[in-house]
Design a protein around this ligand. Structure first.
Ligand code: SAH
Ligand code: SF4
Length: 345
């Protein structure tokens, strides 16, 4: 049967690209050539792929496309953080944040969904409910677009959405990030953050290597139930057990993100319970003072409380880093990404 459907090559994992080309009678090294053109040289059309025969390029342009992103807006924060807004073909949009590090390196925070189904009470992305998964090409195109103008050293899947609700596309995107003839990122440079979907965490660990970050945010089920409804399905004890079982390299640690919210989860008793929860897990803790926003009544704790919480952990040999959530003045900080979702209300 003949169809006129073309495939976007950026939707294909490296293996799927090999298969696609095999269907055209081509050898594996052709896939390597094309990966280099697309991801190393940023080429967006087949005519530029000068080491492929002209007839092959023509055949490719009939069967395939190479999508790309153009940002609609960039906002620059006083701290150097840049937020890119990318329009999608269906009128939705997605946000990507480039964060300069003290070392001069750049971390890129990419999104995996438009909206998020998890409905965490403190998070702006979640307040708009589920919209849709991003395709593999929509995930990698955020990286392609930013790399045209900036060096991207580290990648964190911590933007809009719950990556483990979009596991297949996320795994394919990771394969594209890692492939030596493509972006060639080491898996040590990439971190995926989850609200704690236990079966998907297990599957992720078996399918691909990636640094895992878990949004902990509470030390009792009662409080976590309130902050993160997912906790009712996968409570703390089970989540910690899943973290203990997560396959890790010898020096790797799981990052636990902990938003400090005034009067909710910032007490010394919380710090004490956290030490217990983390027992037996190779962990580090990122303490993120809550970013206040107009849609939430939650407040940031005072300086003294934040410091006392951190000190309690450090005194018990837990690596606890205080994260300054960057880009607050342009709503690019943690939990503030929402694309243009608000326009729909
Ligand atoms: N859905 C995934 C990844 C995206 S959220 C997850 O939840 O892990 C990225 C991080 O932003 C999470 O750790 C979340 O707890 C944090 N966050 C959300 N809202 C925030 C806020 N208002 N202030 C500080 N951090 C926030
Ligand atoms: Fe979704 Fe993460 Fe926000 Fe929760 S914190 S609503 S899981 S994006």
């Amino acid at each position: 049967m003949h169809t006129n459907q073309t495939v976007d090559l950026k939707d294909l994992s490296p293996d799927a690209l090999v298969d696609f080309l095999a269907g055209m009678g081509k050898e594996k090294f052709r896939a390597e050539q094309i990966l280099r053109w697309i991801y190393q040289r940023g080429v967006e059309n087949f005519t530029e792929m000068t080491d492929l025969a002209k007839s092959f390029r023509e055949e490719l342009s009939q069967r395939a496309t190479i999508s790309s992103f153009t940002h609609e807006a960039v906002e620059v924060s006083s701290d150097g953080t840049r937020k890119f807004l990318f329009p999608l073909h269906d009128g939705k949009s997605v946000e990507t944040v480039l964060i300069p590090m003290e070392s001069g390196r750049h971390t890129l925070c990419i999104s995996t969904q438009v909206g998020c189904a998890m409905q965490c009470s403190f998070c702006l992305t979640g307040t708009f409910g589920p919209e849709r998964n991003l395709t593999t090409s929509e995930i990698v195109n955020q990286v392609c677009a930013v790399r045209k103008d900036y060096t991207v050293d580290n990648i964190v899947m911590m933007g809009m959405g719950e990556p483990l609700h979009n596991l297949n596309n996320v795994v394919d995107a990771l394969k594209i990030l890692y492939v030596a003839t493509g972006f060639d990122y080491s898996s040590r440079k990439v971190t995926l953050s989850t609200s704690g979907l236990i079966p998907e965490m297990h599957e992720l660990g078996h399918r691909i290597k990636v640094n895992l970050a878990v949004s902990l945010n509470a030390t009792t089920d009662a409080v976590r139930d309130e902050l993160m409804p997912i906790n009712k399905r996968y409570p703390l004890a089970e989540l910690m057990e899943a973290c203990r079982r997560y396959p890790q390299a010898p020096h790797q640690r799981i990052t636990f993100e902990y938003i400090l919210i005034k009067g909710v989860n910032d007490s010394q008793a919380d710090a004490k319970r956290m030490v217990k929860l983390l027992h037996g897990i190779k962990a580090k803790v990122n303490l993120i003072p809550f970013n206040e926003h107009s849609d939430s009544a939650f407040k940031t704790p005072d300086e003294q409380t934040i410091r006392a919480f951190q000190t309690y952990l450090l005194d018990r040999q837990i690596v606890a880093i205080r994260r300054v959530s960057k880009g607050q003045d342009i709503s690019a900080a943690c939990g503030q990404l929402k694309g243009k979702l608000e326009n729909k209300l």
